[in-house]
Design a protein around this ligand. Structure first.
Ligand SMILES: O=C(O)CCC(=O)C(=O)O
Ligand SMILES: [Fe+2]
Length: 272
């Protein structure tokens, strides 16, 4: 199944047809993912964030380490053990200590993008309630849910050839992750077809399941269900998406891509 057939594309501003509802219900069980149309999130504002982030990631490491919510190459762990060969900077997170703010152009461009995202948030969650036939609207709990945003930078020059993944197979812990990428086309992002395995943990699924490649398409973003959404609705309705990013040097006919930037909004349902 191609990604286009496999992952339904939703227009949040429209009334959902019964065929969109049923294909999205299926996609949430099979992949834990779908897409929505959001040119406002993928065009100029996003490119400005990536341009500023590229400048930030090129700064000397001593400067980056002093920056609030920066995580250096190979410092984040998946399942508490596998280091992820990426650098990231997170926004809207609390940080203890004496850190510098990120460069102001980067901070401003992230805030502008995030402001645009807030126009989509309640539409996305109310559409999700309709799709999942939920009688209660999804509402965030201030103690459990908070929203943050991460910009990730992957550089295949920093990766030994034996590491096939920029980001090993994992699930995100929150409700929904909105993912946008800097490069259009196949940039290594893959999601598991959860109907191809009996395994339930992300490591087992990573070894056992079939994965499909999810190209980045202009004007659209991908939504990944997190473990919290799976817990709220139950595994029969929603599976947490298991996703990974291949090192582009391991991808056939795309070996020219060496650098990869992505942006994830770890979003929370609106509060009452
Ligand atoms: O870089 C990507 O496309 C995926 C990022 C991701 O999985 C994450 O930040 O949790
Ligand atoms: Fe993730």
């Amino acid at each position: 199944m191609s990604t286009k057939e496999g992952l339904p594309l939703i227009n949040l501003a429209a009334k959902q047809s019964s065929s969109t509802i049923s294909s999205t219900q299926n996609a949430l069980r099979q992949f834990g993912a779908f897409r929505f149309v959001a040119p406002q999130l993928t065009q100029n504002r996003l490119q400005r964030v990536f341009q500023n982030a590229r400048g930030f990631f090129q700064l000397p490491i001593e400067l980056k380490l002093r920056t609030k919510s920066y995580s250096a190459f190979d410092t984040e762990l998946i399942r508490g053990k596998r280091a992820v060969p990426k650098e990231s900077i997170y926004f809207f997170r609390k940080a203890e200590g004496d850190y510098h703010p990120p460069p102001s152009e980067l901070q401003d461009s992230v805030e502008t993008l995030h402001q645009e995202w807030t126009n989509f948030r309640s539409q996305l969650f109310s559409t999700l309630s309709i799709i999942l036939d939920s009688t209660e609207p999804l509402e965030g709990t201030p103690t459990l849910d908070f929203e943050s945003l991460g910009v990730n930078f992957y550089d295949s020059d920093k990766l030994d050839c034996d590491r096939a993944y920029f980001n090993p197979a994992h699930m995100d812990g929150g409700t929904l992750t909105i993912l946008a990428r800097a490069t259009e086309a196949h940039d290594g992002l893959e999601i598991a077809d959860l109907t191809t395995t009996e395994k339930l943990d992300s490591e087992g699924i990573g070894l056992d399941a079939s994965f499909i490649s999810v190209p980045a398409i202009s004007g659209e973003v991908i939504v990944l269900a997190g473990t919290r959404l799976q817990r709220i609705f139950g595994k029969d309705k929603v599976r947490a998406c298991v996703h990974r990013v291949c090192n582009p040097v391991h991808m056939s006919n795309n070996s020219a891509v060496k650098e990869r930037l992505s942006l994830a909004i770890f979003c929370a349902p609106p509060f009452k």
